[in-house]
Design a protein around this ligand. Structure first.
Ligand code: MN
Ligand code: MN
Length: 304
């Protein structure tokens, strides 16, 4: 991976602050849209860009919800809320998340994924086995009576690429037995814990997309071409949300263009991911920069 330590550390600091700002706004009566706009605005004011839309996934929604053009989530004060934030500077990305419990009864569920991430912080080192990370995560979650989510994983990160080649499962997956995290790797680790089945499935709703870098096979309308070049220029291949296009395009035009660009194979949709047993889901996440002789947890100021 192309490494710029200064930019990665700065992006990590901003992402961490934006995550904590978002979490501090999670209160009864608040809406996902208000909070996500604050989070994304904070990232921009600090001199970075969102690396993906602010994810605000509630209860059994494990990941990939962000407010859409029409939909929003208003908090009642009984929810388990995951705030998952990404920031980048010149494509150098940080990815981090935490969970807030408004219900007052899921503190232990949060503790399971939080303790799992803290274990990973304590064992992370150059050349660590991916298998050993998954083993530590699963152990911390199971001993608190919960299950890890098996089909949501951490991931290596490249410049301009949020999900690079290697997945970091939240359990000891035999397929990762010989895989090690070499110096020069940037990696996000994100334990998900649940009281449900431990599997997520496609929940249908899509408010996040990314550009598939290939030449369009089909002819585009003028408006589609205009929106496509806007996406290329502003987000490259990083995930974005149609909400961000409202500054420059009208809602009907955005909806039509997105629908068409998905059907033409130019945009990749990220549907919300919902726990298969309708279990509550908690998540904590940090980004780790693995160097020759040390590890920097870019999104954690307490971790040094
Ligand atoms: Mn994340
Ligand atoms: Mn991630």
């Amino acid at each position: 991976m192309d490494i710029d330590v200064d930019k990665l550390v700065k992006a990590g600091k901003i992402a961490g602050e934006a995550r904590d700002l978002g979490a501090s706004l999670v209160k009864p009566g608040a809406s996902a849209r208000e909070i996500c706009e604050e989070v994304e605005g904070y990232i921009r004011r600090k001199g970075a860009e969102p690396a993906f839309p602010c994810n605000f996934s509630v209860d059994e929604v494990a990941a990939h919800y962000t407010p859409g053009l029409d939909d929003d989530v208003k908090l009642r004060g009984i929810e388990v809320v995951k705030v998952d934030v990404g920031a980048h500077i010149d494509g150098y990305i940080a990815d981090t998340a935490r969970t807030v419990d408004l219900s007052g009864v899921y503190e232990k569920l949060l503790e399971a994924s939080k303790a799992a991430l803290e274990r990973v912080v304590s064992i992370m080192k150059p050349n660590i086995r991916v298998y050993d990370i998954g083993k530590a995560i699963e152990a911390e979650i199971r001993k608190r009576g919960y299950k890890p989510v098996r089909n949501l994983t951490g991931h290596t990160i490249d410049r301009w690429t949020i999900h690079a080649g290697t997945q970091i499962p939240n359990y000891p997956d035999r397929a990762t037995f010989h895989k090690r995290l070499r110096p020069g790797t940037l990696v996000a680790v994100e334990p998900f814990a649940t009281n449900g089945r431990g599997i997520v499935r496609d929940g249908g709703l899509v408010n996040i997309y990314s550009l598939i870098p290939r030449k369009p096979k089909y002819k585009l309308s003028e408006e589609e071409a205009e929106i496509l070049s806007y996406i290329q220029e502003h987000y490259k291949t990083l995930p974005f949300t149609p909400r961000w296009l409202l500054e420059d395009f009208d809602k009907r035009g955005i909806e039509a263009a997105i629908r068409s660009l998905v059907s033409k194979g130019i945009l990749y949709p990220y549907p919300i991911l919902v726990e298969a047993g309708k279990g509550k889901v908690s998540q904590f996440e940090h980004t780790f920069l693995i160097l020759e002789d040390r590890v920097i947890v870019t999104t954690c100021k307490e971790c040094v």
